[in-house]
Unconditional design. Sequence first.
Lengths: 228, 311
Amino acid sequence: MSRTLAVARMQLINKWTYIGWPLTILAASFLISLAIFALIPVTEAKNGGGSQAPLWYFLVLGIQSMTLVFPFSQGLSISRRAFYLGTLGLFSLIAVGMTVLYMLGGVIERATNGWGVYGYFFNIPWVTDGPWYSTAAFFFVLMMFMFIIGFWFATIFKRWGTTGTLVSTLGTAVALIGAAALTTFLQGWESVGSWFAQQTPLSISGWAALLCVILAAGSYATLRRATP
Amino acid sequence: MNDTIVEARNLIKHYKDLNALDNVNLSLSANRIYGLLGRNGAGKTTLMSILTAQAFATSGEALVFGAGAYENDAVLSRICFIRESQKYPDDFQPQHAFRSAALFYKNWDQGFADRLAEDFQLPVKRRIKKLSRGQLSAVGVIIGLASRAELTFFDEPYLGLDAVARQLFYDRLVEDYAEHPRTIILSSHLIDEVANLLEHVIVIDRGRIIMDADADEIRGSAVTVSGSAEKVDAFLAGRRILHRETLGSLASVTVDEVLSGSERTEARELGLELSPVSLQQLVVRKTMAGTEAGLLPITGDFADETMEAKR
């Protein structure tokens, strides 16, 4: 247990990686969005997609924790289990922190009528329309998802190299196209459409969380036999 | 004192078209300095990776402190193995790497790490990915030394280090080892440089252990006899010949045998010159003898030499 905690602490030694950069990216994206909102002279609500910026950084973090931090952890004789739990635990913590920031930002944003310029950065149509816990769940799961998907593909890459990554990416694409073709063949698009229409941010979070769990379990199984 | 802490039994590591390790059996005792010598690609890093559970053997068993290291925190916490091509987190500076090591090694000595960083003139606040090859090696050397892990591996730690820095490493290693005895495995192909540090020598070639003996035993286990070719050959008839060089009518022949006192006197009376064989010479000759015996058809004049060497 203490070694698992130490894995998390180790990755916080350089505060920039997990705290400084996400906050910097968020702040920069927020300020730029705000400047753009202020420049558009309409008094209707304006929405921007800038709040997704840190998510892409999380994807990179997920990749790097597998390609760089894992080999380093092996050099310090850290077990794969401790590395996995410590890293995922740390990331959940960061995702919780970011979710809290997004929620607070959302509250201030509504209270100030979009920062006085009718600009909505943290409030996203449909996503933040529901109750607070549905919004929180959506943000949290989405952040975890980005990290885990990066981690997952990097694990595949470490274990099976370029070929493995290509096969699994192409395989996913083929499976999706196959599913789409099957839907067309069975004339099922109508029911697919109505299924999506029925989804709420909360149920989408649930499905994404399920996918996260599957990918995380898959990553662990792969990591167990990975070499630095 | 002489507890066995590493035990490898029939280790085989098979890659697609290559036997990286070919039935390796090994037993290492506590508190000694081992040299793991061999050519590039001989299997040194593979062997160390498997012992430390960073990689997996195709078959066989590796026990460290009496158990497998794989996912075994009790064993792993006593091992340090920074590889030659060690990777570090993207944003890390040497100081971050040292603080990380401090979290995992209970005997970590930060003061020692700081002194070493100064010795090696390592910029501890520069991003690791911006460091030169030598500075990168210094980071690994410092982690290996300051962790004071009971079982420490150094994987060709001198790459990119200049002569002064290499000597510094050897000196610090010996000094610290004297104060804090532990088991050190130094993989190297700069054999002459490390020969004096080593208490035990293991030579690996194409996945096989071809030498596993105490350094003292090896020193003087071979001798080079030189003089007129005729006399040398007559004197050495029937002996295990490792290497033969001729220059005109002169020959210089290395035999893998110890000469007795009377034999030495006899040689001197014949006007032959005897000279010791350095560890590096011996390793090179033995490795090459293995290659020749394995690869070349045994024909003509060559046959005698290789047959002798093979015995």
